[in-house]
Design a protein around this ligand. Structure first.
Ligand SMILES: *Cc1c(COP(=O)(O)O)cnc(C)c1O
Length: 478
């Protein structure tokens, strides 16, 4: 019997080429599309809701239906006017590399199954270790689905290495600007609420060091065991980098695990300005970076780096040490021993192929451009009588609000106005530009990590905001 999934070589070719054409058209025409899509559950149900069909349909028919209905109904996170959250600029080479990895369905768990996949993970992790000044021979890491899983993997490792099996008194510290995935991870590892200390940030959204020291001292007096600090290297809200060297000093003095969440900002190490801001990042015990953000990779690839690779194998390896010989050469890493997943897709391939193809200099150039573009945006905003900077260009994030000189708007009016501006921009679908809240103020946030974004894209969107503000003032009769 032929497999029920059999397609002839010709059929596969025509289907595959069609998909390549769809992707290429998307890349080529992206800018002429709108970055925002909006649909209600009801609208989506009316298109898609159906029983699983028992019988076959022509492949082209299904593909056409998907092209028409699925692909347009999601935001384009690689669009140059996609300014919100952390955009996903991605790149074509990596997208194709992902198709190869999936096409060959390469199992990236054990060395024996796919030595080249394991080797490429080792090689690309070494590139990252070197970038961040981590020890290449002793250090190690693992690719994960994203930053959330990297943070979780880090905390499981930290708990195991620092606390063993008894962590009932252990206390973990992070700032109120730390990413929510860290709180999720802390919940997953079974910490009680009183074992988590959320430290306020200062006016620049950095870890308040005095308050942190007070908390650690008090916890020690109460007989608890401070065990880990989570710092942010680029908060998602403002791009702020915590005082890494100072935090590293505290960790050394207090014998704490130092985890740095660099999921957003870590990649800035490739630029001169960024590496200055990130000084101290090399002192982390564990570091999360997220290639599917500012390293321009398609989803999903996150990464955890650690100072000592044996921390990972001692945490996640489920085989007794005496079986190591059967397992093969120790240098031939089985990545299922380094993290939570056994079956893993071949994430290293896209990272490898894109860096080999474009060269690291292209990445450096893009990241430097992004940081400069954000500063230029700050410049434009400062020179305008309409805008107020709330958090200046930091890495590639800037927060600002419409607050025209002479209008003397109350805080409440400013919040409403800026919310209204953002909602109208999003409703126009011309740009994805949403708000965040900083120090109780509703502000507009831009994250400019897309190398296709130009200052014209930014200016056009600011003009659109200004036009909407005028509209709102008219409606408010102001
Ligand atoms: C995005 C982000 C995360 C989560 O990463 P995912 O890849 O979305 O799982 C964690 N920390 C920071 C600082 C982030 O910006």
């Amino acid at each position: 019997m032929k497999s029920p999934f059999h397609l002839s070589k010709k059929e596969m070719q025509s289907y595959g080429y069609k998909i390549v054409d769809i992707i290429v058209d998307h890349y080529a025409d992206e800018e002429s599309k709108k970055p925002v899509s909006k649909a209600s559950r009801q609208e989506m149900d009316s298109i898609f809701l159906s029983e699983a069909p028992d019988h076959a349909s022509p492949a082209d028919e299904v593909l056409d239906f998907v092209t028409e209905n699925v692909l347009p109904n999601s935001n384009i996170s690689s669009h140059p006017k996609s300014f919100s959250f952390v955009p996903g600029p991605s790149n074509f080479i990596s997208a194709m590399a992902d198709s190869l990895a999936t096409g060959f369905n390469i199992f990236s768990g054990g060395w024996i199954v796919s030595p080249a996949a394991a080797e490429l993970e080792i090689v690309t992790l070494n590139w990252l270790l070197k970038m961040f000044n981590f020890p290449v021979t002793k250090g190690g890491g693992i690719f994960t689905s994203g930053g959330s899983m990297a943070n979780l993997t880090a905390l499981v490792t930290a708990r195991r290495i620092k606390c063993g099996s008894d962590f009932s008194d252990a206390v973990i510290y992070l700032s109120d600007q730390a990413h929510s995935s860290n709180i999720k991870a802390i919940r997953v590892i079974g910490f009680k609420e009183e074992q988590v200390k959320i430290i306020p940030t200062d006016l620049e959204f950095k870890f308040s060091i005095n308050k942190l020291k007070n908390e650690i001292a008090r916890d020690k007096l109460e007989g608890k065991k401070p065990f880990c600090i989570i710092a942010s290297a680029g908060t998602t809200n403002t791009g702020t980098v915590d005082p890494l060297d100072t935090l590293a000093d505290i960790c050394e003095k207090e014998n704490l695990w130092f985890h740095i969440d660099g999921a957003y900002g870590g990649a800035a190490i490739l630029s001169k300005k960024g590496s200055k801001i990130l000084q101290g990042i090399e002192r982390a015990d564990s570091l999360t970076v997220d290639p599917h953000k500012w390293f321009f990779q398609p989803y999903e690839i996150g990464c955890l780096l650690v100072k000592d690779a044996s921390w990972l194998s001692n945490t996640f390896s489920e085989k007794p040490e005496y079986l190591r010989d059967i397992e093969g050469n120790e240098s031939e890493i089985n990545f299922y021993d380094y993290g939570i997943q056994l079956t893993r897709r071949f994430r290293a391939l896209k990272f490898y192929m894109s860096i080999k193809t474009y060269g690291l200099n292209a990445f450096k150039k893009a990241i430097t451009y992004n940081i400069d573009l954000t500063e230029e945006t700050e410049d434009i905003l400062r020179k305008s009588k309409n805008w107020e900077i709330v958090s200046p260009a930091t890495l590639a994030i800037i927060n600002f609000r419409f607050n025209p000189i002479g209008k003397n708007l109350k805080e409440e009016e400013l919040d409403k106005l800026n919310q209204e501006i953002s909602s109208r921009v999003v409703a126009s679908k011309e740009a994805l530009l949403v708000t965040t809240v900083l120090q109780n103020q509703v502000v507009i946030r831009m994250c400019l990590i897309n190398p296709k974004t130009t200052i014209k894209h930014v200016k056009d969107t600011l003009s659109q905001c200004e036009a909407f503000a005028k509209e709102v003032f008219l409606e408010w009769k102001m």
